[in-house]
Structure formats: C-alpha cells, structure tokens
Design a protein around this ligand. Structure first.
Ligand code: URP
Ligand code: ZN
Ligand code: ZN
Length: 467
C-alpha cells in the first residue's frame, strides 16, 4: 500500500517546511519539496493521496511513560493495552513505552513475560517496555543483562513508596553500578518517601484527610532532595540517570546543575505539571482525588519554571505518566484517608494537544514541540531513527494535525477507559486529523480504523545521548 501525503507543512526538530511525503508499505520512502513536482508522479501510482494543505505533518508522538493495567494500591489502572493504546492513537501518539512491574520476591524476567502477555495481540500502536525494579538482589542484578538482551534497557527505581517499590540508597547504588556496566539507564522516581510517610502519618493523626493533603505532605523540597541524592549516586557510579515525572522547580535546579557539569542526567516532566496545580488537588467534595498523583501537583508558580526548563533542554522529554483510576470505583478507596487514593492521572490521549498549547501560547517553538514529544523520546530510549522522525527508512508513524481546529477536552469525548477527564472543559487549539501507524491509517476524519494487535513490541537500543 502506497500513500502520498501532499501539500502539508512538515515538522521536525529544526522547524517547519513545506514538503510531500511518500509512504511505501510500513516505511517512509521519500520526502520531497513541493516544487520538485515528485508528488505528482507518486500520486499517479499511489493507492491513497492525503491532501494535508494547511496542516502540519509530524512524526507520531512517543510517550515513554505509561502504566497500562498496572497494579497499584489494591487495584489496577483502568486502561488495558487495547484501550490505552487506542486512546493514544486518537491523540496522535503512535508509540508508548510502558513499565513492566517486578513484584517483590519475583524475577525481572517473569515480570517482563507478564507484560508481554498483557500487550501482545492487544496494542493498537507499537510499544516497548521499561522495567520497574522493586527487589534488588544478586539474582535481579544478574537478570538486568537478560533484560537488555531482550530490548529492555531502562530500569525504574523508587525513592518513594516505602514497603512497596522503595529502594534504599544502597540498593540504588548497586543497581546503578550494574547499569553503568551494561550501558543501561536508571529511571528515578525521586521523592524522599521515608520523610513523606512521616508527614502523612502526622497529617492523618491530625484529621487532615482530604486529597489536598496528598500535596501538602509531599513538599517540593523532598522531591529536590531526592533528585539531588539520585544525581549524587549516579555521579559516584557513573550510571546514566533519567528523572521521571519531575514536578518541582527545586528539583529542576538540581538537574540543571548536574547537566551543567556534563553529567549524563536527563529529566522529563508531564502535562499535568504544566497545566494543573495544587488548586486542583484542593477541589471540594473529594473531586481533588482525581488529581492525586506522585509527585503531587504543585503551586502554579512552578509551571513557568518547567516551561523554561523545556526551552533550555534541562527538561528533555514530556511524557504523560498515564495511570488512570476511575473516580467512582477506584479513587473512592481513599475517601477519609488521602493516602489510600490510588496514585495516577489519565492523559495518554492529550499530550500532543496539550503541548501544542505550549506552541500556541509561545512557550515553545514548533520544532521543540516535535523534539520533546517525539524525537528526543526516540533517541533517549533507543528507537531513533526508526521512530521520532519522518525520513526515508523510518517507520511511517505520521500525524496530520490541523493547527486551527478547536476542541474541548471532556470525558464525554475522550477514549481512555476512565470516568473523568483531568482537563474537563479545557478549550484547545489544534486537533489530530489523521494518524498513520507503520503506514496504516488508524485514525482519520474522526474515526478509528486501527485494530487491537496491530501494535508490535519494540526491542530498543541503548540511550543515544550518552557521552
Ligand atoms: O502517581 C503516579 N505517578 N502513579 C504512577 C506510578 C508512578 O510513580 O509513576
Ligand atoms: Zn513514579
Ligand atoms: Zn509513572
């Protein structure tokens, strides 16, 4: 099947340029300037011609932080690989990297197998895995080699959640030493969980049980302290470090300082930290529970700093940390005790649109939009140039985006399997019009044409930024 996308404005990290694109089978076959006239020849032999006049043509979004069917707080995140990747496709995301979770006392490889079982035959777009290490021991450390061999070379560890995923500094040090040896990346949930747990106990004892206290008991300083500690451990061991879901300006300062010294330290933030705030956690009638995630939403002043970090590249990636729990049946588990609210916010469908608001508001350029949402995630996690760029030989994961369309985000129109929208009523400029995943049209004209099982597993190379 050959497809020509013509008259569009091609976006890449270097900006916008008029260009026509030829897709042959699953791959991009050629990109040509309109004045070359090549598109006429291509169109004559094509099965399909998409007129993208006035539209952006950009590489499919890559969301490197999702949690489909993740066990958490006595329940599971609400999206399956099928519903979650379908929602991703609706929002212009054509690749996800999800986290396989090692339950304590089990092996990494059995966790990886379990995640393959959840995703295979279900995913509508391509997917890879990171591994969550919750049990550091000799056997686990040895298994990291096999994970790398199986295309999973990034390992998330937690300085938060004592008793669940928490790792001590000594365990982190050991895993980092191993990561350094094998070229793997350690991804860090950087919050001081030991101190936070004391603040939580005190808050509950004082009757401060509402969702907003999820935020007040996890102050930004304890994210900054953990971020600094993770950076120090990475420095001592020489391991590459990627800070996940960075939310606080103080933590960003720690990342920026490390990067200024040339250390291999990278960080992502998420749309919820750019567009939502502690005020949302404080919504009355338990509505704040919809906004409980860790790290928590911060006071609104942090947002300007995060946008600045995106411009300076101290924040290199925006991913969603998509971890949906239904308000009605799941978030209610924490009624009367905020610490029992399952942590997570849905968002896999809205990342590309929300970041486009950054372009509309003048926070980031068009090139930077593509960079933080697609190209850098591909490079950071060993998928480039197969993904993250529209160039001959790349997978034809392509989004045709109407930058002038208007839409209102709502639970009534989204496709995630969750009963609320964190962005309910938000008015957006821009909309995904057509999405190709490996050359196949999966979204067009407001209809889904994909299928469960179209998405395949991506064995990833090592991080492509390491010095
Ligand atoms: O609240 C969050 N972030 N839930 C998902 C698990 C994690 O820590 O990423
Ligand atoms: Zn986390
Ligand atoms: Zn997460």
């Amino acid at each position: 099947m050959n497809t020509v996308i013509r008259n569009g404005i091609l976006l890449s990290t270097t900006g916008a340029t008029p260009a026509d694109v030829l897709v042959a089978g699953e791959k991009v076959a050629a990109v040509a300037a309109p004045e070359s006239g090549l598109a006429d020849t291509w169109a004559a032999g094509a099965d399909r011609v998409i007129d993208a006049a006035g539209k952006y043509v950009l590489p499919g979004g890559i969301d490197v932080h999702t949690h489909m069917e993740m066990p958490f707080g006595g329940t599971h995140s609400a999206d399956t690989f099928e519903t979650g990747t379908t929602a991703a496709a609706w929002g212009g995301t054509t690749t996800i990297v999800d986290f396989a979770v090692q339950p304590k006392g089990t092996s990494l490889l059995s966790a990886l197998e379990a995640w393959h079982g959840k995703a295979a035959g279900k995913a509508a777009v391509d997917y890879g895995f990171h591994m969550i290490i919750s049990d550091v021991n000799d056997a686990t450390l040895k298994e990291m080699d096999a994970c790398v061999g199986a295309g999973v070379n990034s390992f998330k560890m937690f300085m938060a959640y004592p008793g669940v995923f928490y790792a001590t500094d000594g365990e982190i040090l050991r895993a980092m030493q191993k990561a350094k040896d094998i070229g793997a990346t350690i991804m860090m949930h950087a919050e001081n969980g030991i101190a936070i747990d004391q603040l939580v106990v005190q808050a509950l004892a004082e009757g401060r049980t509402d969702p907003v206290h999820h935020g007040t008991t996890r102050p930004p300083e304890l994210e900054a302290e953990a971020t600094h500690r993770a950076i120090t451990l990475a420095k001592v061991t020489g391991a590459p470090l990627y800070i996940v879901h960075l939310s606080a300006s103080q933590a960003l300062s720690a990342v920026a300082a490390a990067r200024d010294t040339g250390q291999n330290v990278f960080a992502e933030t998420c749309p919820q930290y750019l567009f939502l705030s502690l005020d949302d956690l404080g919504r009355p009638d338990f509505e704040g529970a919809k906004y409980v995630a860790s790290p928590p939403l911060r006071p609104v002043e942090h947002q300007d700093e995060l946008w600045r970090g995106l411009r300076t590249n101290d924040l290199s990636v925006v991913s969603t940390d998509h971890c949906p729990f239904c308000f009605k049946d799941q978030k209610q588990l924490g009624k009367g005790d905020f610490s029992k609210i399952p942590n997570g916010i849905p968002g896999v469908e809205h990342r590309m649109d929300l970041l486009h608001q950054g372009v509309v508001r003048g926070e980031i350029s068009l090139g930077r939009w593509v960079e933080i949402a697609s190209t850098t995630p591909a490079r950071m996690f060993g998928l480039y140039p197969r993904k993250g760029v529209i160039a001959p030989g790349s997978d034809a994961d392509i989004v045709v985006y109407d930058p002038r369309a208007r839409q209102t985000l709502s639970v009534r129109t989204h496709h995630m399997a969750v009963d609320y929208s964190a962005y309910e009523g938000m008015s957006i400029t821009g909309r995904v019009e057509t999405v190709l995943s490996r050359g196949r049209i999966i979204i067009t004209c407001g209809e889904f044409h994909g299928r469960a099982g179209h998405g395949g597993f991506l064995a990833r190379d090592l991080c492509q930024y390491l010095t």
